[in-house]
Ligand binder design. Sequence first.
Ligand SMILES: Nc1nc2c(ncn2[C@@H]2O[C@H](COP(=O)(O)OP(=O)(O)O)[C@@H](O)[C@H]2O)c(=O)[nH]1
Ligand SMILES: [Mg+2]
Length: 196
Amino acid sequence: MAHHTKTGGSRGGLVASALSFEEMPTNGWTEVAFMGRSNAGKSSLINALLGARVAHVSNTPGRTQRMNFFAMVQWYLVDLPGFGYAKVSKSDRVRFGQAVEQYLTQRQPLVAGVLIQDARRDPQEEEHMVVDWANSRNILLVVVASKIDRMNRTEQQERQSVLDAQYGRRVLLVSNRTGEGVPAVREAIKGLGLLL
Ligand SMILES: Nc1nc2c(ncn2[C@@H]2O[C@H](COP(=O)(O)OP(=O)(O)O)[C@@H](O)[C@H]2O)c(=O)[nH]1
Ligand SMILES: [Mg+2]
């Protein structure tokens, strides 16, 4: 018992699955929000980062509708619902949209975001909104483009320069399948002063 640290033992543990502020942790740990379109590979990236299957990987878009708080070493990784819930009813879409919007605009411990998109796609309105949100709240944003294992090297280089130009920043290309590029995402998070 004595040689186990409390934080180390619970690393990656789901501590809250929230629909509103009342259900969120109250101890003030820094929060990093993971965002992306459904099916972008967000849960897979979280699992690749933590080296464990903590986040639910689903083939059904929109199944993760709650804001899921995973305990890291004195910070929370927050897995937000994906944008574009194709199979969720319109009222659910509105409700969860508002809850997430309130979280993104008002949550005090939230200092950074990780936006994940499929590297083969161009950013759409939702991705641009995330960039605008981060700029307006002075939130540090890491942009990750997934599924590069689906492209050859030439295509990867082409998408790297196109996405860098579209986002106006360096986009981190990853494969959650092979793990390529994942260490760079880990380093970016550590660069925020957070232990991972
Ligand atoms: N080939 C490939 N498939 C991926 C990658 N990341 C995720 N996927 C697949 O894409 C689908 C959606 O992934 P998931 O992590 O659930 O996406 P989420 O909806 O954004 O959380 C699943 O079938 C994953 O196995 C990747 O880097 N490469
Ligand atoms: Mg998911």
